[in-house]
Design a protein around this ligand. Structure first.
Ligand code: NCD
Ligand code: ZN
Length: 353
């Protein structure tokens, strides 16, 4: 066997593990197992559950469930519809940040009224992250509010040249603004839609080749890569009305390792984008004994049969990749080896004390 390459465990700051509420699609055990299979040792879970996490009570309920089921480490986001500002002071210490949807997505969590968005930015603790789903003009709105109230702002899943350019401009103004891109916006484009069909439906939509090229060419302005792991059932994705979202936890690292082989990026980029920056931006420290061992030379094909995610499909089905996760360690304990999970539900810990 060739010598294994050691990388710090990946931190994915944007996943939807659907628990509680839609555990037919995923749950905290299957979702965090998928994370480990993909070399991801920490996930930050989004609040758009079927009953959204808009109250202290809902957050506590979810926290109990995740603590019992997770096999990797985790953090949770709080959500807002603009009407739950009274809850903010109770939850801020318990979550990694606040998520707000300025564009429509899965579920009905859009905050459309700009006055309400203003109140949210004003009320949320200034040294805690606000993560926004914002495209086009809504990015300008988020940046203006960040400037007005001095928030810590993270714009997630940037997919186009014009949206990244807005963030590059804002960074020049020395605002506290960061952003991420997803693997699917780097490795898929609208040219893949004819064969992907419903499996290519995602928010933001897959963009053009020149958009994807622009993201690749400007990786230095991008702070993180995050999967936006958003599983739906096979039946739903095959239907005429495919809901937006695709899983990504198990395919991010092999895709990135393959890109290293193709000299599209270097290992140091992967570490910066999936490990050091997430810690720096969200203000926490990962244990030194949390890491992943990869066979950088092993080639394999992404097959749905081999996935841990409950949804059982991947938009990267059939893709040949080079770089296989062999062993995963969390806080010194071997948690996964050769595709076998070695720990029980509840092993994973909240990254917040
Ligand atoms: C996400 C989901 O299904 O929860 N869907 C998606 O297309 N990305 C929601 C989101 O992240 O906007
Ligand atoms: Zn998402």
């Amino acid at each position: 066997m060739s010598k294994l390459l050691r990388l710090p465990g990946l931190i994915d700051i944007h996943v939807h593990l659907r628990d509680p509420g839609q555990t037919l699609k995923e749950d905290f055990f299957t979702g965090t197992s998928a994370a480990l299979a993909g070399g991801v040792t920490t996930v930050f879970d989004m609040p758009n559950n079927s009953e959204p996490i808009f109250s202290y009570n809902k957050l506590i309920e979810k926290m109990k469930i995740v603590s019992q089921k997770a096999v990797c480490d985790f953090g949770l986001y709080f959500g807002t519809d603009g009407r739950n500002i009274a809850e903010f002071s109770k939850v801020q210490k318990l979550v990694v940040g606040l998520k707000i949807y300025l564009n429509l997505t899965t579920g009905k969590y859009l905050v459309d009224d700009e006055k309400m968005v203003d109140k949210v930015f004003q009320a949320w603790q200034k040294d805690k992250m606000i993560v926004v789903h914002a495209e086009g003009d809504k990015i300008d709105l988020a940046i203006d509010l960040c400037r007005k109230y001095k928030n810590k702002l993270h714009i997630t899943h940037i997919a186009t040249r014009s949206d990244l350019e807005k963030i590059m401009d804002a960074k020049l103004l020395k605002l506290n603004i960061t952003c991420d891109v997803t693997p699917h916006h780097l490795f898929l484009t609208e040219k893949d839609l004819p064969y992907l069909d419903g499996f290519g439906v995602v928010k933001p939509s897959l963009a053009s080749q020149s958009d994807a090229d622009f993201l690749w060419d400007n990786l230095k302005y991008i702070d993180c890569i995050a999967t936006d792991h958003a599983p739906h059932t096979l039946e739903e994705k095959k239907s005429f009305d495919s809901p937006s979202g695709m899983p990504g936890l198990e395919t991010m690292l092999p895709l990135l390792m393959t890109a290293v082989k193709q000299k599209r990026l270097v290992l140091a980029d992967i570490i910066r984008l999936t490990n050091t920056n997430p810690q720096k931006i969200f203000g926490f420290k990962q244990d030194k004994e949390t890491y992943v061992e990869i066979d950088a030379y092993e080639e394999y094909e992404i097959k749905k049969e081999n996935l841990f995610t409950k949804c059982g499909w991947s938009s990267f089905q059939g893709r040949k990749v080079k770089g296989k996760v062999k062993n995963v360690f969390i806080r010194g304990t071997k948690v996964l080896s050769d595709g076998k999970l070695l720990v029980s539900p509840g092993f994973g810990q909240n990254i917040l004390p």
